[in-house]
Design a binder for this molecule. Sequence first.
Ligand SMILES: [Fe+2]
Length: 109
Amino acid sequence: MSSIIPILFERVKNEMVPLDGSSHSFKHVERVTKIAQHLAELENADVELVQVTALLHDIGRLYGSPHPEKGIEPARKILESLNYPVDRIERILCRLLKYHSRDIILSIF
Ligand SMILES: [Fe+2]
């Protein structure tokens, strides 16, 4: 199976052009994705799942507030358009919400 990452990277990069110059531009997403990939490799996690989640974690900022919730359907549409497996889409969407959850952030510390 070929990786979705290169095509998803370009897709999200293009979609996030309106946020260029902001603190949550695609440059931020790119940095987060690199860090997430590194940590996933160290932890023997599902690297692709982590990368996809990181690439999509701020897509909701294009659609208003609260951005985690606003990003769920756009993320789903992007992944479905790329024929990404449904079970993995659901796992990613759950992580998109949890990533921004105050409880999850607190549990890290
Ligand atoms: Fe972010």
